[in-house]
Write a protein that binds this ligand. Sequence first.
Ligand code: FAD
Length: 439
Amino acid sequence: MINSLTDLAGDRPALVARLAAAFPGSVQGHALETAARLPIRGGRQAALAQLATIDPVAYATTRNHVGGAVTKLSPWIRHGVLALAEVRDAALARARVPEDATKLVSELGWRDYWRQVYAALGNAIRRDIEPPAMRRRGGQPLDHMPDDVLTATTGHACIDAFVRTLHDTGWLHNHERMWLASWLVHTRGVRWQTGADWFLEHLLDADPASNHLSWQWVAGTFSAKPYLFNRENLETFTAGAHCPTCPVRGRCDVEGTYDDLTARIFAPAGGSPDRPPLRISPAAPWRPGRDMARPRRPLVWLTLDTLATTSPAALAWPEQPRVFVVDPDWLAGERPTLKRLVFISECLAEVPGVEIHLGDPAAVLLARATALGCDGIAVADTPCPRVRRHADTLGGSLPVVVEPWPRFCRPEGVRDLGRFSRYWSKVGASALVPTAQQR
Ligand SMILES: Cc1cc2nc3c(=O)[nH]c(=O)nc-3n(C[C@H](O)[C@H](O)[C@H](O)COP(=O)(O)OP(=O)(O)OC[C@H]3O[C@@H](n4cnc5c(N)ncnc54)[C@H](O)[C@@H]3O)c2cc1C
């Protein structure tokens, strides 16, 4: 058990040192200093303080601007410290009429949508979902991140600033993520998976669904066309923060009209115009293991999707013991940096009595359930294939109960997840209904 991590949560430098010793693979570059200075704190208290600042009306008009009134809630939402329904309710409570919250709720809808696609496709989201909408000129894509990018020395002031912000804070504005991903994939020829994996290492809100599927959207392998930007677009939405002093101003990679950029980057007639409209059927509700009686004293399993006492499983079973397992497969696959481990530890520190273990989740949970006299496992619903696989294994020996999230929208009539617009046209109105009136 590695519970001493949460005992140190009030002392950032000590926590950072302890985590670095326990997880040496998470220490890259200036990881110790950046983790100690992290501007965001994990935990429900910090999440509620940030939630109290949201302004859905200002959000609607300024969200595309880097200095705009975005919520910055993503690290807590990603880890289930805040539920989408709860954020929707807060947005509605601050709106004069529900329509004032439409834009913010539809952005929450993107997260909901990506998670539905992840539940339907599982790890297949890591491969091209569709053939690329346009073929890039040049040879094979790069399957490593170029050194000048990693060291923020590309000479493009904007790109170098985005890289430094990502490395130092673990958070980027949505537009910065789009610009950085677009430049890497289309201009530098980096394989989108390579960029997506790099983001997962550094983002505090690192989430394979929102991340990999957004990279595919930028790359044009899960969208009608690849996402491009030019200098004018960047200057508009950054209030000219980077270009005036940029060493390559006037001759940079994104100088020109969209037609110029398209002709420069993509082969003529290089698209896949005959791509059939994509259809993705939603996944059936997740029910792990065999049919067994509902447990009466389950062990509550907190996963990366649910790092709070408000997790659906912890709320349903408030008196039962809670366990979080650090999965070595996750550490090896996602390579989270120290920043994220600090954030996760601070979240868990606010869960009274939680046990933290390192090891194979199914084996650890079975052993702890037996030792603690539990007759099953309770876990919050998740699209994560790793969690689902371990729950299926556990379901061979113990009842596993999946607790649902508070309802965000009504997806029951959805038959096709091929595009967000189609999904949202079916569920958008239901997402504007507050939780108290959802049935
Ligand atoms: C290349 C790329 C990679 C991304 N990787 C991630 C990731 O790993 N994790 C992640 O949570 N988001 C990811 N996003 C989506 C989005 O950029 C962030 O959710 C958002 O910028 C977080 O800032 P915010 O909380 O201020 O968002 P706001 O604009 O205030 O939105 C509120 C919440 O809605 C959700 N949301 C908003 N926009 C999106 C979107 N486009 N896709 C999914 N959810 C959205 C988030 O939960 C967010 O916290 C990625 C986007 C791109 C283009």
